[in-house]
Design a protein around this ligand. Sequence first.
Ligand code: ZN
Length: 469
Amino acid sequence: MTTLFLKNADVLVTMDADRREIKDGGLVVRDNVIQAVGTSHEVEAWLAGQPDALPPDRTINAGGTVVLPGLINCHHHLYQTLTRTVGTGGGMVLFDWLKTLYPIWAEMDSEAVHVSAKVGLSEMVLSGATTVADHLYLFPNGATLDDEIRAAQEVRVRFHPTRGSMSLGESQGGLPPDRVCDSEDHILKDSQRVIERFHDPEPYSMLRIALAPCSPFSVTTDLMRESAELARHYPLVNLHTHLAETKDEDRFCLEMFGMRPVEYAESVDWLGEDVWFAHMVHPNQAEIKQLGHTHTGICHCPTSNMILASGIAPIREMLDNRVRVALGVDGSASNDGNHMLGEARQAMLLQRVGWPGFESRADRLSAREALELATRGGAQVLRRDDIGSLEPGKAADFVAFRIDDLTHAGGLSDPVATLVTCTPSRVWLSVINGRIIVEDSELQALDLGSLIERHNQISRGMLERAGVG
Ligand code: ZN
């Protein structure tokens, strides 16, 4: 058993039921579980009162930092780090952007998925994420979900890979080219395989699978239904897809199914506490209420919604209607970053802007509410009661950001808010499942130089083979 004692945090943000923020905060971890949280003095006294009363194996002085529960990213496409900036520099809307990128993504292989996941996850961890949900929905040239799972195990991040799929190609009225789609039979068989091989429903699990047909415009109705049926055979296998992202999607669903996106989801049994949708930019009032009543989860991806001009998701209205809301970076080719704290800042900023039907309102989302989406919100959406807050019995996932630096100078009247009102910075410390992953702002176990070099070679090769750039 190893004991880690963190003390002297300027503020320790618990995100517990009372949203306690503890000045001069500390905590104790044994192995992978938090044992005590309080002021440094209280936690030291707790340690001294233990029967063994042994000195901790490791003591970390977190003076000059704010400590938070590890951030939780609930929507991502790690493989897209290979095609950052394609289409986003000049600006494209979702459907045009996808049609530009599908042929490039078709050039991926197993190594491309592995290396890009490692790059994206490294960047995520350095930005404060300790749990990442990823949506991989095309598997060309022998790539499998296993490739990104291996990357997550190497980076040692808590991982919720979602086995994505596309089965509705152009020839059947879908958006993607047929060659990046797959047969329903193979999709379901492989979904079952990855659940049975990797899914761990136990507390403190480092890996849980979800099933994730890509979107209404790229999978068949049958596959939506059958994926839900399959997932519900297993404990805590969630369901995930993109929904109500753009007005184009509204039009597609009305033409193809005669229904709006949320109505369509209901028709295929895709509303409920085991479902979370990325985006939900265009729900109407009745649909927001329905998402709240059915306890369906939403992952807000503000940067992606801005870069592709998809619109502004009514997050305030969803929160007021008790919809569970998480935060995701999406991308990485529609962001094009992997910065989780940065995404919390974007969420806060974007909600304050007015848009048709909504007045500008500076108090529509506060800095603390944005941080809550990225912690408690994410845990609820992933149906996890062991992460998202710092309390005894929770998994030892926490991060510390320095606030005694240039970026935060003058912002110390509110050290917590300053993390998102000022420029989001790199994490100083990250502990995941009790293990120190980042210290002094550096990943402890990875050589980023050679990883980035290989990643850029692979990216260049894919673009060349696809005849781009
Ligand atoms: Zn997405």
